[in-house]
Design a protein around this ligand. Structure first.
Ligand code: OSB
Ligand code: MG
Length: 369
């Protein structure tokens, strides 16, 4: 396969509900849609999941666009790609910028799967026909609204609830949740809001029977997390700290976590996500698929990845209607009784809805290789 054309689109879509974490609130979601076209005329799609502000990692929508246009796409020129796993190596000379790399790599995966007449799940080596889904609920105005959101989510069948915590919005909140929902599978995500100086508070989390605590300490740390894990019972799940399979291996060796959240964008693509899956599986560490408030194309890649066997916990892969009035794929991603049925169409398994894409497109770049 040779990629002959790449179309980069920047989109902006308003979120149905603003999403708040320990680092800020998002109302509008900017993201990239990468379309690749091979020499036979097959099309593949990937989503650039960086936010417009660099508060989750250092990348932004615009840094991704720059990397893709000026460095990554030129590396694909005249490359004969036998298998999409090769893209990871083709991009190796460019450091980090994982979300930019993943956007292009995911488009190549989709294109290749379609060319082979396979679903993306089959191309990746996944086996499940349906996946379990949880929901991540952002920081709310007060406990009452959070309680309503949790009730709604449980009524729609989500298999676990994740809440965001931050200093001053933690112990009291979790104890209120546990009073009201004693048995719900519950986890908390701090997005790096604490340090080891908060050790006494972090120890108190053990009383809430959380399935795990996600990324309590610094986004680039695995050393303090190891020391924290020794002092608490609740399993630590790393998100921001794990950017590669090498990071996963080191974190596991140090005892920094007992679970890893895999996000395709954060780790630079599907190939690296599979490697992390495998490293974790060999060490008996379960993984689950995180989310980046994606639109449908990113969501479709997440669903395919989650069909790998060591994805053992429900993912943050809620359906389109949890985020958007209208998604950019058809049909939209639907969650029924807390599960998503893996689509049967080739590639990502959903049609791209160009009328929606055109409505939200604020920049378009066409590159002929
Ligand atoms: O840490 O997993 C995170 C949203 C934005 C930035 C970081 C995170 C999140 C979520 C929501 O938790 C994931 C989703 O529903 O897509
Ligand atoms: Mg997280």
């Amino acid at each position: 396969m040779i990629i002959r054309e790449v179309i980069i689109r920047k989109l902006e879509m308003t979120m149905k509900n603003p999403f708040s974490t320990s680092f800020g609130t998002m109302h509008d979601r900017q993201f990239l849609v990468i379309e690749v076209i091979d020499e036979e005329g097959n099309h593949g799609y990937g989503e650039g999941v960086a936010f417009s502000i660099p508060w989750y990692t250092e990348e932004t929508t615009n840094t991704s666009l720059h990397m893709i246009r000026d460095f990554l796409v030129p590396l694909l020129k005249e490359k004969r790609i036998q298998h999409p796993d090769e893209v990871n190596g083709i991009f190796k000379s460019i450091r980090k910028n994982n979300m930019a790399k993943a956007a292009v790599e995911c488009a190549v995966w989709d294109c290749w799967a379609k060319r082979q007449g396979m679903t993306l799940s089959e191309a990746i080596g996944g086996k499940k026909d349906r996946i379990d889904v949880g929901i991540s609920i952002g920081i709310q105005r007060n406990f009452h609204t959070l309680e309503e959101k949790i009730n709604e989510s449980l009524n729609s069948g989500f298999k676990r609830i994740k809440v965001k915590i931050k200093p001053g919005y933690d112990i009291k909140l979790l104890s209120e949740i546990r009073d009201r929902f004693p048995d719900v599978p519950l986890m908390a995500d701090a997005n790096s809001a604490y340090t080891l100086a908060d050790i006494e508070l972090l120890k108190e989390l053990d009383q809430f029977n959380l399935t795990m605590i996600e990324q309590p300490l610094a986004s680039d740390d695995i050393v303090d997390h190891a020391s924290l894990q020794q002092q608490i019972q609740t399993p630590i799940c790393l998100d921001e700290s794990i950017l590669s399979a090498e990071d996963a291996r080191k974190a596991i060796q140090l005892g920094s976590c007992r679970v890893i959240n895999v996000k395709i964008g954060r780790v630079g693509g599907i190939t690296e996500a599979k490697r992390i899956h495998d490293v974790c599986q060999e060490s008996g560490i379960p993984v689950w698929c995180g989310g980046m408030l994606e639109a449908g194309i990113g969501r479709a890649h997440n669903i395919a990845l989650t069909t790998l066997p060591n994805f053992k916990f429900p993912g943050d892969t809620a359906g389109s209607s949890s985020y958007w009035k209208h998604d950019i794929i058809s049909p939209e991603v639907i969650v029924e009784e807390g599960t998503i049925t893996v689509p049967h169409l080739n590639g990502i398994g959903y049609e791209v809805d160009f009328s929606e894409i055109e409505q939200h497109c604020i920049e378009r770049i066409e590159m002929h290789l």
